[in-house]
Design a protein around this ligand. Structure first.
Ligand SMILES: Cc1ncc(COP(=O)(O)O)c(C=O)c1O
Length: 360
């Protein structure tokens, strides 16, 4: 199986740990002697209940979460959270938003449906090539929370640490760097991520809520599926069982590798190898400012843009997939999430050297 695997640099859905896939394959048809697959059983039965319990326990442990937090295994992607957060916490009020790219803009657009979204910073003038320093944030002074996108998948930028938040709890779209490094979890009122990059298959969205923010959620005249207070602590409807099942194994894999510190170390090493190659001379160049560069999505271009198509095609032939930049910005992007092995990054670097030698 290993030999047939591509070096997968897809931005999402993205590469998952091989061990996790193998384990799921072994169990898929007959889950632990039950004669059925886990995805053919009731989500209220003992088998799934145990998977759900383990996933919550492991997530709490990995992130160092206290009992002050609630976890939701949800559907609807990060995109639904763009709307649910203001629906619950910013109805007719104001919240502060940091605009560092396409996904931040989408979150701001949804927030404006329900209340006021004050833009505390935007890097749109430099085509989102950077994230702000704390001193650049201009808060409204009357916000319910401060929303930011921790990693900007399209533009290849990432916050090194949590931004200042004017004494407010943070609301964070962590879709593309979730579980890639330790967090100061107590600063978050709500943290959400679509699973399909670092955590599992598409279809599962992980939402972590601080009880302090949760207590402020609107409860009058709400739609049940959109209400956090209705959703927490219960299986209100059928959860994305396959997603939670795989997510549980991804968490087990993360713990077996040494947790988030170990993930961070590996991710820093992988990114350094690749950024060094991009910066070797001016054949390639990075699109994000150095201080803001993402450890997850390495965005780069070729000085001769006419060669980019050939670069991506030849890479594909050499067994490297998913290197095309997002359709809105073009160029190249190597997504090197937790499960992307160091060997894949090394293979890409060798390929880049060879390509430069041939075309430079
Ligand atoms: C940072 C970020 N936020 C949000 C989204 C949208 O996520 P979803 O498709 O799960 O709604 C993406 C998708 O790539 C993303 O990278």
């Amino acid at each position: 199986m290993n030999s047939k695997r591509a070096h997968n640099f897809s931005a999402g859905p993205a590469v998952l740990p091989l061990e996790v896939l193998q384990k799921a394959r072994e169990e898929l048809v007959d889950y632990r002697g039950t004669g059925s697959s886990l995805i053919e059983m009731s989500h209220r039965g003992p088998e799934y209940t145990e998977v759900d319990r383990q996933a919550r326990e492991r997530l709490s442990r990995v992130l160092g979460m206290s009992d002050d937090f609630e976890i939701l295994f949800y559907q609807g992607g990060a995109s639904l959270q763009f709307a649910m957060i203001p629906y619950n916490f910013n109805y007719g009020k104001t919240a502060d938003y940091i605009n560092t790219g396409t996904w931040s803009k989408k979150a701001i657009k949804e927030a404006k449906v329900f209340g006021d979204a004050h833009v505390a910073f935007t890097s749109e003038d430099t085509n989102f090539s950077r994230v702000p320093g704390d001193e650049e944030l201009k808060f409204s002074g009357k916000g319910e929370y401060v929303h930011f996108t921790s990693n900007n998948t399209i533009f290849g930028t990432q916050f090194r640490k949590e931004p200042a938040s004017d004494g407010l709890l943070l609301a964070c779209d962590a879709s593309s760097d979730f579980l890639s490094r330790p967090l100061d979890i107590n600063r978050y009122g709500v943290l959400y991520a679509g699973a399909q990059k670092n955590a599992g298959p598409a279809g599962l969205t992980i939402v972590i809520l601080h009880k302090e923010l949760l207590a402020k959620a609107r409860t009058e005249n709400v739609a049940s599926m959109l209400s956090y207070p209705v959703q927490v602590g219960t299986l209100f409807n059928t959860p994305p069982v396959f997603g939670v099942y795989i997510f549980n194994y991804v968490l087990e894999w993360i713990e077996s590798k040494g947790g988030l510190e170990a993930m961070d170390k590996l991710n820093q090493e992988k990114a350094a190898i690749l950024y060094d190659e991009v910066a070797r001379d001016d054949f390639f160049y990075g699109t994000a400012e150095k201080e803001s560069r993402s450890l997850m999505n390495v965005t780069f271009r070729l000085k001769d843009e006419g060669l980019e198509k050939t670069f991506i095609e030849e890479a594909k032939k050499a067994g490297m997939s998913g290197l095309k930049g997002h359709r809105s910005v073009g160029g190249c992007r190597a997504s090197i999430y937790n499960a992307c092995p160091r060997e894949s990054v090394e293979a890409l670097v060798s390929f880049m050297r060879e390509f430069r030698r041939k075309h430079g």
